[in-house]
Write a protein that binds this ligand. Sequence first.
Ligand code: S3P
Length: 442
Amino acid sequence: MKDATCSQPEYLSSRAGGALRGEIEAPGDKSMSHRALILGGLAEGETHIFNLLEGRDVLDTAGALRAFGIEVDLDGPGHWRVTGAAWKSPPEPVDCGNSGTAARLLIGAASGFPICAEFTGDASLRKRPMDRLFAPLRSMGARIDARDGDRLPARVEGGGLGGIHFLNATASAQVKSAILLAGLRADGEVEVKEPARSRDHSENMLRDFGCDLQVEEGSIRLGAKRKLKAASVQIPGDPSSAAFPLVAALITPGSELLVRSVMVNPLRAGLYTTLREMGADLAFENRRSESGEEIADIRARFGRLRGVEVPASRAPSMIDEYPILGVAAAYAEGRTVMRGISELRVKESDRIAAMTAGLRACGVAVHEEGEDLVIEGLGRAPAGGAIVAAQGDHRIAMSFLMLGLASRAPVKVDSAAMIATSFPGFAELMHSIGAEIEDAAA
Ligand code: S3P
């Protein structure tokens, strides 16, 4: 099983220095990077991907595709070539590391082929619920044998699939995407209904790869033409990663930061809407579109923030951003209520528990109310001065490092090696804008 690599520091600490200033680019979008590799592996011909995120999660998807017999090559810096083919049974279990997206999308795609594959992952991934995916895939005809019926490791035998009308009740883009990928090789109607819309990168990219797909109010249907043709994909900056330096600039006195070429698809931009409601000085400049996605340069300037209520309906569009919103909320004046966020319990860690414990350790009052989290913003810098347990979760680690950049005493986080799953070069990029982040001892 993969573990955090030894060359990465296990502990990092951050402290308040001067203002954060500069112009940077965030790494390539993680969701789109997984999808570009997988669609390339399913398509006829050579797919070229530019600015692929070379984080551990995405490299695990590349490694898994190779295990299925797909050629995946690095052609130049950030330029990857994938040559699609019929997938073969991998000789060994496919290790998806820490990545739910890798596991769920690959299981969906593999289910379409008459092959047999065992899927596994690290300790966090092996705890995450898979029944939301296995149940619909089984109803399409996949044979899936899983630990407790609901967890990895799981053995998947695919092929001979029929159609499905699936209700995506948890608003999971991973589950939706897995059904659509399985559906590419299914015989019958394939429809996913979404009461709340989740990120639509799979739909956008499937179209770019020549798939016939109808999207109407709350429903996605695959058409008759489901054969994919190789494409060229330019990956924009990841809004979930850009969120860390941008929030750091919002809370660090005197800061002004520009993050260039960030994807601002409205189904991913909920954090930015929320920050503006909090009074943040945040502007989307130079808006344009690339590879079927909206892009902008995002400028953030330090200023006062106030607490807000975040409606449950916004959760799908900012699902990965609640930990960093928790940091902004700690600095804001007044109470922030995050409604309907129970899905955070089944991410890379129980993010509600990790945020609650970390914020309390840093001197911020926080409590849970059913499916909601309530943070009592201080209207000034929190105490900090804590060692925060990131619970092996990259986004918890980065969020608390951002808190430490403006708190009264330094903050140390563990699990720092996990940051490389989604944001390779994080500490170096933060240094380039003046952030004081350094390796620390246990
Ligand atoms: C993702 C979907 C979300 C998100 C994850 C990436 C994707 O998960 O939390 O980081 O790329 O489809 P769910 O589909 O479980 O909500």
